[in-house]
Design a protein around this ligand. Structure first.
Ligand code: GLC
Length: 419
């Protein structure tokens, strides 16, 4: 049904010689997308919506190459109650915090009906991360987890199988780097800089030993496991498996160094795969990806990542923005982004869709990894928790703190935040 108002605009537009879509453009939505996650492909998804809804015009704003930079920018926008942004993509660790700050509008009214049932369509971890006290505070944009990338060509050349424990990885890395005798070749790259990703660096081996950091909002810190987790990474540096200045390495440094052909094994998020397969990559078609190794005697575990669409509480078009987000967070767009941008689906069935498995064959194996990935603690004080963990990891790797002191300080500081 075309409303009388729209009709009048169409007539006026025709009189002025405007195209129908220009005449209809009544709602402008401005959307923030992280520059790291294929804004060029998101733009195409936005265009699909515009085609179906010529009365909505969507502009894209990109920024911040890291989770921290984006958070910093969005914090400024939200604190200023700036109404220019309608929709924003948020790291999975933030919806709870944004909801607590009153920065996002819940989707319940727009979804209508049985909210629990609606959210059941998504992988459970995302339904959980986006639901706070019965309110759907954001809707999943795409899934993410950490994986072990490896040089298929080098492992084959040296007769090495992909490792299943960190000890096997150290042995494999030593064997390959010694035989290659290339001073630029690193055995393992991971994130030691004091960034958000370093929280996962700590949690991977800690969780692998079967330990929880937080249970029901309470700290359940296991000091012995924490020492071991910190020591595991430091030992890689001391043994020459990882480079000396790993404390300066951020997520995209690992990606770039591996992509340039200078790394045998890399711990990284799923976005790296698409880049490794790009035209300018030195490792195109030479990359394998498997689940992360376990601590000997423990279970393999990954860190849950992912990004969510939130509607700003200061948007002047909140309902229209929420409708648009529902479209973006649909199986159709999930599949489109998987095929065209290699972003992991938030819907279980999309992983095995024939077009998806054709475009990104490894997604079939990625599904169980995403499904068993563990979430970083969900708390409105997450920023402080993150800061404590990442600065400790960094100090231990920089050699300014022992793993023992690191674990003690981490525990004492976390206790003050999570009482
Ligand atoms: C990835 C993950 C995100 C995580 C970030 C850390 O983008 O999806 O959840 O916090 O990396 O750098």
């Amino acid at each position: 049904m075309i409303s009388t108002k729209t009709m009048k605009m169409l007539v006026a537009g025709a009189a002025l010689g405007l195209t129908a879509s220009a005449a209809l453009a009544e709602t402008n939505l401005r959307v923030f997308v992280s520059s790291q996650h294929r804004p060029d492909v998101w733009r195409k998804a936005f265009d699909m919506y515009q085609e179906a809804r010529p009365d909505v015009k969507i502009t894209i704003e990109t920024g911040g190459n890291t989770s921290e930079q984006q958070a910093q920018y969005l914090n400024t926008v939200m604190t200023a109650k700036d109404s220019s942004l309608d929709v924003m993509i948020l790291d999975v660790i933030r919806p709870a915090q944004y909801a607590a700050a009153g920065w996002t509008v819940p989707f319940n009214a727009v979804i209508g009906g049985d909210i629990g049932l609606y959210m059941k369509g998504y992988l459970p971890a995302y339904a959980e991360a986006n639901t706070v006290d019965g309110k759907v505070v954001a809707l999943p944009a795409f899934a993410d987890a950490m994986f072990l990338y490896y040089r298929k060509d080098l492992l084959e050349k040296h007769g090495v199988e992909p490792p299943t424990t960190w000890d096997e990885l150290a042995a494999a890395a030593k064997k390959i780097t010694a035989a290659e005798n290339d001073p630029n070749l690193q055995g393992l790259s991971f994130q030691g800089k004091a960034i958000e990703g370093a929280v996962c660096t700590f949690l991977l081996p800690y969780w692998s030993m079967g330990k929880n950091l937080v249970s029901e909002g309470k700290l359940t810190f296991d000091k012995e496991a924490a020492v071991k987790a910190l020591k595991l990474w430091k030992d890689f540096v001391d043994a020459g498996v990882a480079k000396k200045n790993i404390a300066e390495v951020a997520t995209d440094d690992t990606r770039k160094e591996f992509q340039a052909g200078n790394v045998v094994f890399a711990v990284n998020w799923s976005y790296a795969w698409g880049q490794f397969q790009g035209a300018e990559s030195a490792v195109k078609d030479k990359v394998g990806v498997v689940k992360l190794p376990a601590v000997a005697g423990g279970e393999p575990v990954s860190c849950l990542g992912g990004w969510e669409w939130g509607v700003s509480a200061y948007s002047k078009n909140a309902t229209e923005a929420a409708n648009f987000v529902q479209f973006l967070s649909s199986p159709k767009i999930s599949k489109f982004m998987a095929v065209n941008a290699a972003l992991l689906p938030q819907f279980p069935e999309v992983y095995t869709d024939p077009e998806v498995t054709k475009a990104v064959p490894w997604f079939a194996e990625a599904k169980p990894v995403v499904e068993t990935a563990r979430a970083r603690p969900v708390t409105p004080r997450y920023n402080e928790v993150s800061e404590i963990i990442r600065t400790t990891v960094n100090a231990v790797l920089a050699g300014t703190m022992t793993p023992e002191d690191g674990a003690s300080q981490m525990e004492a500081r976390l206790r003050r935040v999570l009482r």
